[in-house]
Design a protein around this ligand. Structure first.
Ligand code: DGL
Length: 279
């Protein structure tokens, strides 16, 4: 068990890969005096093409590592797929508050949309769960979901501004807009329902119709996490005087994580530690 001081509570942040570093970046900006432990389950990525049962097992094991081994007192599930399919399993697996990204993303869409018609792009598993459609419906919105399975591998490859990625995004969004138009809908917001997608935001912004708002579920989740976190743990008073303490763990590909992760995080990841969570 890692030593932790009473004055610096640890927030565990988990993703299947390193796309969740977009959530971590937003959290560090808002809670610079907290300590963070980030786990990317890179050995078992992608989650987005797997079954609910497998995703739940992987996510619960990852959450237990952060709580039991790293002393996390609060968990942010920086993965839409795990949030959509395994939030209950994670909550059952650990005795700390757990926040997923679906509800904050849908809430941000509610605030942004005037027409009430909202596009959602996500992994296959997230779309099949219809977690966003349900969260939108609960807020009086009509969510139109589309799986974009090619985008996560392109991000993990570091092709975040590559012309091939731009073309793939254009095709997906054209299909989604055509589907919405065919149903007589008038969407004015697009939810990035995968924590890898904010890394593609510049390309996505270029591909959406004029006036469409692009919602980053990472930013929305960080806002919600700060509210929830402040209700559970108190941080020491005073301004942050040193760089936020952060440890990154991955279940595979630590070199790649260090190489690409720093630009996603906006600061060096530091030495990424390899952990083995089993198969
Ligand atoms: N980051 C995950 C999400 O937000 C997608 C990556 C994966 O398929 O594992 O859904």
């Amino acid at each position: 068990m890692t030593e932790k001081t009473a004055s610096a509570p640890t927030i565990g942040v988990f993703d299947s890969g390193f796309g969740g570093l977009t959530v971590l970046r937003a959290l560090v900006a808002r809670l610079p005096r907290a300590r963070f432990a980030f786990l990317g389950d890179t050995a078992r990525l992608p989650y987005g093409s797997k079954s609910r049962r497998t995703i739940a097992r992987y996510a619960a094991e990852s959450a237990q590592f952060l709580v039991r081994e790293q002393g996390a007192e609060f968990l942010v599930i920086a993965c839409n797929t795990a949030s959509a399919l395994a939030l209950d399993a994670i909550q059952d697996a650990v005795p700390v508050p757990v926040l997923g990204v679906i509800e904050p993303g849908a809430e941000a869409a509610r605030v942004a949309s005037r027409t009430g018609d909202v596009l959602v792009i996500a992994t296959d598993a997230t779309v099949q769960s219809h977690a966003y459609a349900s969260a939108c419906r609960a807020r009086g919105l009509h969510g139109i979901e589309k799986a974009c399975p090619l985008l996560v591998p392109l991000v993990e490859e570091g092709w975040t501004s590559h012309p091939v990625t731009a073309e793939v995004i254009r095709i997906y969004l054209d299909e989604l807009n055509a589907e919405a138009a065919g149903k007589g809908l008038n969407p004015d917001a697009l939810v990035l329902g995968c924590t890898h997608y904010p890394l593609l935001r510049p390309l996505i912004e270029k591909a959406v119709p004029a006036g469409m708002r692009v919602i980053d579920s990472a930013e929305a989740a960080a806002e919600a996490a700060v509210r929830l976190f402040n209700g559970h743990v108190s941080l020491p008073a005073g301004a942050a005087t040193k760089q936020t303490e952060l440890r990154c763990f991955a279940t595979d590909s630590v070199d790649k994580f260090e190489r690409l992760g720093s630009s996603f995080l906006g600061r060096p990841t530091g030495k990424v530690e390899l952990v083995d969570l089993g198969g």
